[in-house]
Design a protein around this ligand. Structure first.
Ligand code: GLA
Length: 760
């Protein structure tokens, strides 16, 4: 039977299941009528009979397969490998039955196609979008010995060149089963690119204040990859894996990119077999995970998303940006400018009162800033990080008249109001902990590890979630609050939940993540206009799962513009600029001690959500004038920055002295080009940068709209139409002959160019 819907074709007679996107094809093969094999993923190939490349049945006939079953299992490319029957590579699923037997052998049962894209209950999920093509294939597998039913879900996002995958596992038998691992996706693929060169592994690692550092390495034999075992995704490793051609650039080379919509322990790994083939997988980390599945129950994995580009990393980034912007990020701010905010953290830390906040807000308003965000320290008796988390009641000593007065004053001023919470935490020195010590995750009778002197609340429990939701709602109803910064500042350790039986303790970490999702979902349902920004000591929970709940995430506590160039380069390789929390802060920078020109700080933050994090009342008139210019630039260009295509033209990592990237509108009629002269080098007239992403046939006007070496220009002049025009040139000329690199005096100077189509 052949079944077909939007870009999904099933030909069971020939044994092929196929998904297509604009530029890619993904093919599976039913092997010997029994097993689901992986056949092909890569550049788009024509619709034709693919049996000519039937590597699966030869040399294994049904007869030899029995005699040499282990060799068959070990040498076949599987789509979703099981456990314990001869495949010595990493399995995707591992289940223990009631006798303690760990053996999972999945056989093909059948499949369905549809043009819908269902949401994943309780988990972040990509979704179909009006006017964009999506097709879904569901494949049923079964382990007849245990009664385990597995459904693999594939959704093809046509325009974005992305395939989303996830798995549902059902206990269709009579006895309890224990899930020991259920990965979201696995794929066996060749270890070499089309030119026969061995693929390399691209990942992003980091730590606090140093998130998103790019790393490329050889893929040796055996298993390697990235993971988290601290109960959340972390700043040490992104859940992303890139399998890339050697020498990959922004515009050339092949890349397979894989990411996971999940905010807990993950494992994303690649395994090279002795024949040089790769098995690539991602999902919930099998360590610290087990799940009891009673007859009739269903377990759902998080969703994984994968893309392929035959023309470099830039295309992979743009595919993910479009997927996340069109099919993952939700809410009223999905396609809207976010308010320009000023956050008081670096301005005051814990030392503030209503008057100080209102002073900041007044000056900020005068400079074009639109929202005051009150950070940590407004509740309980919190004057340092040692107490009060969990006691979400206003500290009226600091904030006389409470949030009602502060919110009211801000509203009169025409300023929006935002507030910080760290809802998943409890301080041992808090009324909440004194009342409910068992609500904290810790092992009874053992001293728990503290971090920032705090413990983690067991949000796997409904009663704990109800408390958090109730107190947060009360706060949010006590004033007109438009924005919440949801922070999360420690690892999960000392794992034990008072609400789970001994045999269910392995479920705690996943239940915790489901609890966080449930809380954020409830909050968004109750406050549908709320702008949520997730944060975790900076970018320690920056993952696609959180993007389903908050359209923006605080990228890093490191606000030094120089460091941010690299951090935002890494973050924007995977996530859209519209998601990257970025602020201008004071110099010398509080984290690094470095001083960067004020205008460059603004230009770097403009390629994110944009805001300020400093005591604006202490700035000079000159600096305040620059804020007016920067906020005007935000209003003029944020639509383009948020919705356009990112083209990275130069990386300071590679050039050693400058960085350049542009955001081009989808119709290629305009581009905002950021150039940062990171380390000054004596100018020579032969230096130029080539501008990619423009239409070669269109003629463009290039003008300067901000220049850190001439920061004192009046905002009215710079944000208006008449500005300094550099040249008019065709896209092809700018792409090949390029634009002369400006001479700058001093380090960290920057220029913002606006390039717009000249219509004849
Ligand atoms: C974390 C966040 C900061 C700030 C502090 C407050 O470190 O990343 O932005 O909110 O907590 O304690």
């Amino acid at each position: 039977m052949t079944e077909k819907t939007n870009n999904v074709i099933v030909d069971e007679a020939k044994g092929f299941l196929r998904l297509d996107t604009a530029n890619t094809t993904y093919v599976m093969k039913i092997v010997n009528g029994l097993y689901l094999g992986h056949f092909y993923y890569g550049a788009k190939i024509p619709l034709q009979d693919l049996a000519y490349r039937d590597a699966f049945t030869s040399p294994m006939s049904a007869e030899t397969m029995k005699k040499e079953f282990c060799i068959f299992m070990d040498g076949t490319s599987f789509e979703y490998p099981g456990w314990g029957t001869g495949d010595s590579r990493e399995g995707a699923i591992k289940v223990r039955d009631e006798n303690g037997v760990v053996r999972t052998a999945l056989l093909y049962k059948g499949c369905r196609v549809s043009s819908a894209k269902a949401l994943v209950p309780g988990l972040p999920s990509t979704f179909a979008a009006e006017g964009r093509e999506t097709g879904t294939l569901e494949i049923d597998l079964e382990d007849p010995d245990t009664g385990l039913s597995v459904t693999l879900f594939y959704s093809a996002f046509y325009e974005e060149d992305v395939i989303a995958r996830r798995v549902e596992v059902r206990n269709s038998g009579q006895k309890d089963l224990t899930l020991l691992r259920v990965l979201s996706a696995s794929m066996d693929m060749p270890g070499r690119d089309r030119q026969g060169r061995e693929f390399r592994l691209l990942t992003y690692y980091g730590t606090w204040a140093r998130e998103f550092t790019r790393e490329e390495r050889e893929i040796g034999h055996g298993r390697t990859g990235v993971s988290s075992i601290i109960g959340k995704t972390n700043n040490r490793m992104q859940p992303f894996l890139g399998i890339v051609s050697p020498g990959i650039t922004q515009e050339s080379g092949e890349v397979y990119g894989l990411n996971l919509l999940y905010s807990g322990n993950f494992a994303s790994f690649v395994e090279k077999d002795p024949g040089g083939g790769l098995r690539v997988s991602t999902g919930i980390h099998p360590e610290e995970f087990s799940w009891n599945l009673a007859p009739g129950e269903v377990f759902r994995s998080p969703e994984a998303v994968m893309t392929y580009s035959s023309c470099g990393l830039g295309k992979m980034s743009r595919n993910f940006h479009d997927l996340f912007r069109n099919h993952l990020i939700r809410g009223p701010y999905k396609d809207k400018k976010r308010p320009i905010l000023i956050n008081n953290w670096e301005a005051t830390y814990f030392d503030f009162d209503t008057e100080k906040l209102l002073d900041i807000a007044r000056t900020a308003k005068d400079c074009g800033i639109e929202m005051l965000v009150m950070d940590d320290g407004w509740f309980g008796r919190r004057n340092d990080p040692d107490s009060s988390l969990g006691d979400w009641f206003v500290n009226e000593e600091k904030l006389k008249g409470g949030l009602t007065r502060l919110g009211g004053e801000l509203e009169k001023m025409g300023m929006k109001f935002g507030i910080w919470f760290e809802p998943e935490m409890v301080s041992p020195d808090s009324d909440l902990y004194r009342a409910h010590p068992d609500w904290a995750i810790s092992v009874p009778g053992r001293e728990p590890s503290r971090s920032r002197n705090q413990l983690v609340l067991d949000v796997s429990r409904e009663d704990v979630r109800d408390y958090i939701f109730t107190v947060m709602s009360q706060v949010l109803r006590s004033a007109k609050i438009s924005y919440v910064k949801w922070d999360m500042n420690r690892h999960l350790t000392d794992l034990y939940s008072a609400a789970l039986s001994a045999e269910r303790q392995g479920e705690l970490l996943h239940r915790y993540v489901l609890g966080v999702y449930d809380l954020q979902e409830r909050l968004l349902e109750a406050f549908p206009d709320l702008l949520l920004e997730n944060c975790s000591s900076g970018g320690a929970r920056f993952d696609p799962g959180m993007l389903y709940y908050s359209p923006q995430i605080w990228t890093s506590d490191d606000t030094d513009a120089y460091e941010r160039i690299r951090i935002q380069e890494g973050a924007s390789a995977l996530y859209p600029l519209s998601a990257l929390g970025a602020h201008v802060s004071i110099c010398p920078n509080h984290v690094t001690g470095r001083t960067v020109p004020f205008m460059t700080r603004g230009i770097v933050a403009l390629s994110g959500t944009f805001g300020y994090e400093l005591d604006i009342t202490t700035l000079s008139d000159e600096e305040k004038k620059m804020i007016r210019l920067q906020t005007a630039l935000f209003h003029r260009f944020n639509d383009l920055i948020r919705t356009g295509d990112l083209y990275r033209m130069a990386s300071f990592r590679e050039t050693g002295y400058y960085d350049a990237y542009g955001v081009v509108s989808k119709d290629k009629s305009e581009m905002l080009l950021t150039f940062i002269h990171v380390m000054n080098q004596t100018c020579t007239p032969t230096r130029w940068m080539c501008i990619s992403g423009l239409d070669p046939e269109k003629k463009y006007r290039v003008e300067v709209v901000a220049d850190s070496t001439k920061p004192s220009v009046e905002p009215e002049q710079k944000s208006g139409e008449e500005v300094s025009v550099i040249c008019e040139a065709y896209g092809a000329t700018l792409a090949n002959a390029g634009l002369t690199i400006p001479c700058c005096y001093g380090d960290f100077q920057s220029v913002l160019y606006y390039i717009s189509e000249v219509k004849s």
